[in-house]
Design a protein around this ligand. Structure first.
Ligand code: PMV
Length: 311
């Protein structure tokens, strides 16, 4: 069924979905050319598009209140060749906590492009889908490295470099990686933390370049530890990465406390994950992640286990 004649392709009701992501190591330095390691999450976001007879574009039944979301929808529609006269309702649902570093905006960006492509009957190539999703993510984050969208699109665990060209390589762990994510602080604004770190790094390259390089070294070391099944070495790399991210000024007291607590309760390593300035930490469990998660979970600070399977 198609409805509403007008500029660009006709629309039919359709949905698109995408999972979230977790950065294991390398966030922030990845924006400055260093590698990062990230894993796709099965939890994610589903977007449903329903065409309208008028030119309004609503979100969950109301005009989009968030200017960045309205812009993201406009960019996605534009990429699909839909004129601004083409109205539709966008419904967003999912089980990914928002703005805590688990890739909710990347997940939303990919799901939105997939939903609009399905609604307009377009079959996008992998590259066109990726380019559209990266452009949409820019509405949320300004100048993202692309690690989030790339991880969401590829799935699994991988190595990412911003390039150009962007590079993704699957990583095959020798042993399962048992993690606990703790949502330890308020929502954060990745665009702001990335932007202010960029300003500091531009003003004092001699101070920040060595930190970014050291993070890159930890990412290389972590990859070799993952491929060798050396959990202790991976954990140590993660904790050292947190120290460097803290030195870069993107941690918070609540994240530092959660990292210390995780280490005190037996984690092999722990660090903030994602943009920092709030959000979540990730801890590496020595054994059963359910038990570590139960020890770290408390009201208002949810902790949940997550497993990256072995080959
Ligand atoms: O979207 P978040 O909060 O998971 O952060 C993404 C990772 C950063 O390296 C901080 C930014 C980027 O674009 O790579």
């Amino acid at each position: 069924m198609t409805t509403h004649a007008g500029p660009g392709p006709s629309l039919a009701p359709a949905s698109g979905a995408a999972g979230g992501k977790l950065i294991l190591l390398g966030e922030h330095a990845v924006v400055h050319g260093e590698p990062a390691i990230a894993a796709a999450l099965s939890s994610g976001i589903r977007v449903t598009i329903v065409p309208r007879e008028d030119d309004l574009r609503t979100v969950d039944g109301e005009p989009a209140g968030d200017a960045r979301l309205a812009r993201a929808i406009a960019i996605a529609a534009d990429r699909l060749g839909l004129g601004s006269e083409r109205g539709f309702d966008t419904a967003i649902e999912g089980d990914l906590p928002e703005a805590v570093g688990l890739g909710s905006s990347a997940s939303l960006s990919v799901a939105l492009v997939r939903a609009l492509a399905a609604a307009s009957g377009a079959s996008l190539s992998g590259d066109a889908l990726a380019e559209a999703a990266h452009a949409v993510e820019g509405a949320f984050h300004g100048t993202p490295s692309g690690v989030d969208v790339t991880t969401v699109l590829h799935g699994g665990l991988g190595w990412y470099e911003v390039g150009p060209p962007r590079r993704w390589e699957a990583i095959v762990p020798a042993k399962a990686i048992d993690l606990v994510v703790v949502v330890a602080d308020r929502r954060h604004d990745t665009g702001r933390t990335v932007g202010s770190l960029r300003e500091r790094a531009t003003a004092h390259p001699g101070l920040y370049r060595p930190l970014f390089r050291a993070i890159g070294e930890l990412v290389r070391e972590a990859r070799s530890a993952i491929e060798a099944g050396d959990r202790e070495r991976l954990g140590e790399a993660m904790t050292l990465d947190h120290g460097l991210l803290r030195a870069c000024g993107v941690s918070t007291p609540a994240l530092d406390t959660a990292v210390e607590e995780a280490l005190g309760k037996g984690a092999l390593g722990a660090k903030l994950t994602g943009g920092g300035g709030g959000g979540a930490i990730v801890a590496l469990s020595a054994d059963d992640a359910e038990r570590l998660a139960a020890r770290l979970d408390r009201p208002g600070r949810p902790a949940f286990p997550l497993r990256v399977p072995a080959r």
